[in-house]
Design a protein around this ligand. Structure first.
Ligand SMILES: *[C@@H]1O[C@H](CO)[C@@H](O)[C@H](O)[C@H]1NC(C)=O
Ligand SMILES: *[C@@H]1O[C@H](CO)[C@@H](O)[C@H](O)[C@H]1NC(C)=O
Ligand SMILES: *[C@@H]1O[C@H](CO)[C@@H](O)[C@H](O)[C@H]1NC(C)=O
Ligand SMILES: *[C@@H]1O[C@H](CO)[C@@H](O)[C@H](O)[C@H]1NC(C)=O
Ligand SMILES: *[C@@H]1O[C@H](CO)[C@@H](O)[C@H](O)[C@H]1NC(C)=O
Ligand SMILES: *[C@@H]1O[C@H](CO)[C@@H](O)[C@H](O)[C@H]1NC(C)=O
Ligand SMILES: *[C@@H]1O[C@H](CO)[C@@H](O)[C@H](O)[C@H]1NC(C)=O
Ligand SMILES: *[C@@H]1O[C@H](CO)[C@@H](O)[C@H](O)[C@H]1NC(C)=O
Ligand SMILES: *[C@@H]1O[C@H](CO)[C@@H](O)[C@H](O)[C@H]1NC(C)=O
Ligand SMILES: *[C@@H]1O[C@H](CO)[C@@H](O)[C@H](O)[C@H]1NC(C)=O
Ligand SMILES: *[C@@H]1O[C@H](CO)[C@@H](O)[C@H](O)[C@H]1NC(C)=O
Length: 465
């Protein structure tokens, strides 16, 4: 009996180095059928426990914890695990493997362990690891953390100098965080499967972490490297799959809002589609027509600037392809109404256009056309209730009066002309009618005179039946 054990121990220590490659026995297969709180001793160096480890104290006394080199814990039921408590007494442990169960976080760091070389935690709910958690495991070489719920390492893990590699596939990485240390070029992180890590956060869902980090870094350099954009913040908000599905296109947005810009920056990184420039002092929108960097920028936020005219965009490419154009709170007084109508008719992308809080002038022809446009595109013009025109009343000391364009009547802006022309036409009608009446009387007198003197009836009477 003893010799058999002895033989097994010798054989085990020889094959220990390669167990993780070829050995499939160290696994929790069928763990759900086992009694929680029980442990099985496969041989003197390998125990396999099910359920709550802490209820197994009684059982521990029956075996020499000292001898255990492989500890496998299956279906740990609680969320928290204290590694110090767990590993008390296991001084020679070489492989710790935890599979399945509800484990979510470790309380405290692992204790100092001289022989522990491999930690293998898979299929649990482990979602965060403190950087220092393995710092006392001085000879740690392998770390397998696949198929857990890890989404973030704020900082690189503190690992031993002899550490070799870790596996991290199958975790729901949140690439909105800066995870660049995981894949850095100098390969300090030792992540063996970094090419396979996928992001699961809403922005980059299903994209490779390594790609996301590459582009996040790229947009950062693009913006930092350009004098004009240095004060802006540039972000990648999405990675788009090209139509043929073969390549990925990063989609950037550049935020230069409230940064004291007097002009559009002359450069934007390629693939920028959203540009925020609210609250600056930009007055000229020529850039949107002339500068190729803006051709594919579909959303432009220019609210609260000093734009006085958008005439230069007339018949240009941009007006026919934009998606969002925010001009709320500028200095616009007039607009090429027909050109805008034409552009919107041909623009299938347009989602929203903001024109409110501008000093539009109240002028019969222009304002009525503006009202037509605002009504026609009420689904696109999002702030139509704020579109009002300014009317300078010369009779009341040049007081400015505001009219909501949507509520305006022809009479409000077209008063003078309408009253004048109505007056004229009535006059003409009256004159014509008076002349006709006069003519009837003259004709009557004429006919009466002829009848009295010559007995001749008027021609019309002879034709009556
Ligand atoms: C103990 O069992 C494990 C798993 O079956 C095996 O890999 C190991 O070699 C065994 N050790 C000894 C000493 O028999
Ligand atoms: C860790 O455990 C998983 C699941 O059993 C296994 O597939 C993997 O090979 C193990 N990793 C190592 C390094 O032993
Ligand atoms: C995990 O927690 C749930 C709910 O608390 C429990 O029903 C389940 O049995 C736990 N899992 C294990 C493996 O104990
Ligand atoms: C563990 O993860 C599984 C699957 O993601 C989930 O259903 C379960 O509720 C989680 N348990 C705990 C305790 O968080
Ligand atoms: C990812 O991180 C961002 C930034 O902290 C957070 O807003 C977002 O909710 C996270 N997403 C997931 C799926 O955890
Ligand atoms: C992420 O953090 C590293 C330093 O930890 C920094 O060098 C890098 O520029 C950051 N990347 C981004 C996109 O912020
Ligand atoms: C960036 O901001 C700083 C401080 O507000 C300012 O001094 C500098 O002129 C700005 N740079 C540009 C290019 O606008
Ligand atoms: C823009 O996207 C293309 C792929 O469509 C890519 O090759 C290029 O590097 C991207 N530009 C930037 C600045 O990321
Ligand atoms: C753009 O930057 C400004 C100023 O930092 C900030 O207030 C605003 O929320 C940012 N806008 C977006 C859409 O991120
Ligand atoms: C922009 O408009 C504000 C207020 O409307 C004004 O104070 C400022 O002088 C204007 N700036 C330029 C450059 O026109
Ligand atoms: C009203 O404005 C006109 C032209 O701007 C000016 O000639 C006139 O004197 C102003 N009237 C008053 C009462 O201020």
């Amino acid at each position: 009996m003893f010799s058999k054990y002895y033989f097994v121990i010798v054989w085990f220590s020889i094959s220990l180095q390669s167990y993780y490659v070829e050995n499939k026995v160290i696994s929790c297969e069928d763990w759900e059928n086992e009694v929680g709180g029980s442990c099985k001793s496969q041989n003197s160096t390998f125990i396999k426990c099910f359920g709550d480890f802490n209820t197994q104290v009684k059982w521990h006394r029956r075996i020499e914890l000292e001898n255990v080199e492989i500890l496998l814990i299956c279906g740990y039921p609680r969320r928290k695990m204290n590694p110090s408590t767990l590993l008390t007494g296991f001084n020679r442990i070489n492989l710790l493997q935890i599979e399945y169960g509800n484990l979510t976080e470790f309380q405290g760091n692992f204790p100092r362990m001289n022989n522990l070389e491999t930690v293998n935690i898979t299929w649990t709910n482990l979602s965060e690891l403190k950087p220092s958690v393995f710092s006392n495991v001085v000879n740690l070489k392998y770390l397998d953390l696949r198929y857990n719920s890890l989404n973030l390492f704020e900082r690189p893990l503190e690992l031993s100098k002899t550490f070799q590699k870790m596996h991290l596939t199958g975790n729901p990485w949140n690439c909105t965080y800066n995870l660049s240390w995981l894949v850095n070029e100098r390969d300090e992180s030792n992540v063996a499967d970094k090419d396979e890590l996928l992001c699961t956060d809403s922005a980059y869902s299903g994209r490779h972490l390594i790609t996301v980090i590459f582009y996040l870094q790229k947009i950062k350099y693009e913006c930092e490297g350009h004098e004009e954009l240095r004060n802006c913040s540039c972000t990648m908000h999405y990675i788009h799959k090209s139509d043929d599905g073969k390549s990925l296109i990063p989609i950037y947005s550049v935020n230069c809002s409230y940064r004291h810009f007097h002009n559009f920056p002359s450069y934007l990184p390629s693939n920028t589609t959203i540009f925020y420039a609210s609250g600056n002092q930009i007055s000229d929108v020529r850039t949107l027509r002339n500068n190729e960097h803006y051709t594919n920028v579909v959303d432009i936020y220019l609210d609260n600037n000093n734009v006085t005219s958008i005439d230069v965009l007339e018949a240009g490419y941009w007006l026919r392809h934009f998606r969002v154009f925010n001009l709320n709170g500028n200095q616009l007084t007039k607009l090429p109404v027909y050109a805008l109508d034409n552009a919107l008719e041909n623009n299938n992308n347009a989602i929203s256009l903001y024109l409110g809080n501008n000093p539009w002038i109240c002028e019969c022809k222009f304002t009525m056309r503006l009202r037509e446009i605002v009504m026609k595109y009420s689904k696109i013009i999002m702030d139509s209730n704020d579109v009002s025109c300014n009317y300078v009343d010369e009779n009341e000391g040049n007081q400015t009066r505001k009219f909501k364009v949507l509520q305006i009547d022809r009479g409000d802006v077209c008063t003078i002309h309408v009253v004048e022309s109505r007056f004229q036409s009535l006059d003409i009608l009256n004159i014509i009618l008076s002349i006709l009446i006069l003519f009837v009387f003259v004709k009557l007198a004429y006919d009466y005179y002829h009848y009295k003197n010559y007995g001749r009836l008027p021609w019309i009477v002879t034709k009556l039946p």
